[in-house]
Design a binder for this molecule. Sequence first.
Ligand SMILES: Nc1ncnc2c1ncn2[C@@H]1O[C@H](COP(=O)(O)OP(=O)(O)OP(=O)(O)O)[C@@H](O)[C@H]1O
Ligand SMILES: [Mg+2]
Length: 511
Amino acid sequence: MLLGIDLGTTRTVVAHSDRGNFPVLAFESPNGDLLDHFPTVVAARDGELRFGPAAAVMLGEPGWVVLRSFKRLLATSDAGPDTPVEIGDTVVTLAELLIGFLSALREGIHASLGTSAGPLQAMVATPAGAHSTWRFVTLEAFGAAGFEVVGVLDEPSAAAVEYSHRFARHVSGSRHRVLIYDLGGGTFDASLVDLNDGGHTVLHTRGLTQLGGDDFDHVILDLALDAAGLSRAALSAVTTTVLLEHIRACKETVHPNTRNLHVELGAHLLPAERAATGIDEEALVTLSLKKVYAAVRSLVEQTLDTVAEVVPRAGGAFDDEGLSGVYVVGGASSLPVVARTLREAFGRRVRRSTSPSASTAIGLAVAAVSNLTLTRRLGRHFGVFRELGGGARISFDPIFDERTPLGAGGAPELVRRYRPAHDIGHYRFAECSDVADDGSPAGDLVPQGQVRFAFDRRLRGTALEALPVNRGGPGPLVEERWSVDDAGVVKLTITDLDDGYQQSFKLAARN
Ligand SMILES: Nc1ncnc2c1ncn2[C@@H]1O[C@H](COP(=O)(O)OP(=O)(O)OP(=O)(O)O)[C@@H](O)[C@H]1O
Ligand SMILES: [Mg+2]
C-alpha cells in the first residue's frame, strides 16, 4: 500500500493512492468520532504512554499529562534522538517518543484500511527549513516504526505536487511558477516552485521553524488572561494546556463574518485556581476579533517578510511575474486575516486549498505513484568550522549551499584533499539560513554536532574526545568526501590515503 504521510505539528494526515484517487484516511477515536487526521499528541501517566486519538481523549483526565506539538522539539538547535522529553513524571527520549507515535499511527492505518493493506510504503515529508538532524531522526523513526520509506520531500514541494495535480489548467507557458504559502500548526514555509514541463523544481525556499497556528493560540491566551487580569503564573501547566486546546477550537470556528471570540475561562480553571483568582465558573472573556487580529498582525507580517525572501518585493509590491498562483495551505491559513492579507499582497492569484490541512499528504501520495521529476534543494547552507593558523582562528567552510539540488542525479560529491597540520581533525558542523559576504554563517545557525578523526596513526582506536589537538608536521594525505542524500542528510567520509584508514559519519548523531 502506497501512502503519503504528513507528520504535522498538530495533525498527522495520511493519504493513500486508490486507482487514481488520493483519499485521506479516517481514524476512529476511542469515543467513536471519525477523524480526518491522527492527532499529533502523546499522553502519559506513571510511565504508560498513549498516542494519537487515544491520547487526545485523555486531556483533563486525572493523572494524565498530555503533550501536543512535540514535533516542535525537533526544531531546537540542540535536539537529537537522545534528547529527553518530560511528559509529567514520565521521561522518554525524543526517538522513543517518535517511534511510539509512528507505531501507533501504523496500527491506526491498518485499522482504517483493513487487513488487506499489506506492507506500508510511505512517502514522507519534513519542513523545508528542517536541519539534518531533524530529517535524520524523522526518517529513522519511520523505519523503526515499521514503515518502508520510499522517499522524502519537503512539505512545500509536496503541496506543489498537489497544486499541479489539481490546477494543471492554470499552469501555462508564461505562468508556470507557484508560490506555496504553508502556515501549519508549528511551522511556516514559503517556496517558489517551477512547474515547467511536468517537472517540479523548487527554486527558493524559506522557512520559519518556530511559527505556526500554535503561536496564534498563545497570543489569544495572553489576550484573554490579560482581559481577566490574570497572568500565566496563576495557571497550572495542565490548565494552560486545556485552555490552549479550548482556544484552538474557538479559533477554528472563526469565519469572515465572526466579530468576537468567546473564551470560557472560568470553566477551564481548576477549582483551586478559581478559588485563588476569584474567577467563577461561568466567567467568559469576550475578545473582539479586531483586537485578536491586531495582536497576531506581527506574526502574519513575519510570514510575508519570509515570502519576500523567495519572491522579490519592491516598495511593498510583490513581483508576481510568471506566478500561476499563490497556493495557500496549512490549517492556520484558515484564519480569515491570513487570506485577506495575502489577497492584499497578491490579488486574485491567491488560491486557497479546499483541504488546507491535507494538501501535503495528498501531494506526497501523488508523488509516490507518479513519475514526476522533482528537483529539490537543500534549503539551508551546510558547512564546517575549521581551525586556521594552529587553532588561533576559526573559519567557516561552507560545504553545500542552500541551492544544492537533492534527489535523483542531485548533489555531486564534493572532495577535498590536504595534508593536515594537526594530529587530530576536529570537525564542528553547522547549518545556517544565510552566509555573509565574507563567508561567515549568518541568519539562524544550528550546530550539527561534531566528530574527531585521528590524523596521527598512533591515536587511532583511542578516545579522542579527551585529547587536546596538537600542531605537528604535515600529516598523511587526507581525503574528505562529502555527499548529501535524498533526504538532505549529509555524509562525510574521511580517508587517510597513505594507508587507507577510513571513517564515515552521518551528520545527525550528536556528541
Ligand atoms: N478553521 C481554522 N481556522 C483557523 N485555524 C485553523 C483552522 N483549522 C485549523 N487551524 C489551525 O491550523 C493549525 C494546524 O494546521 P496543519 O494541520 O496544517 O498543521 P500541521 O501540519 O499539523 O503543522 P506543521 O505543518 O506546522 O507541522 C492549528 O494551529 C489549527 O488550530
Ligand atoms: Mg503541515
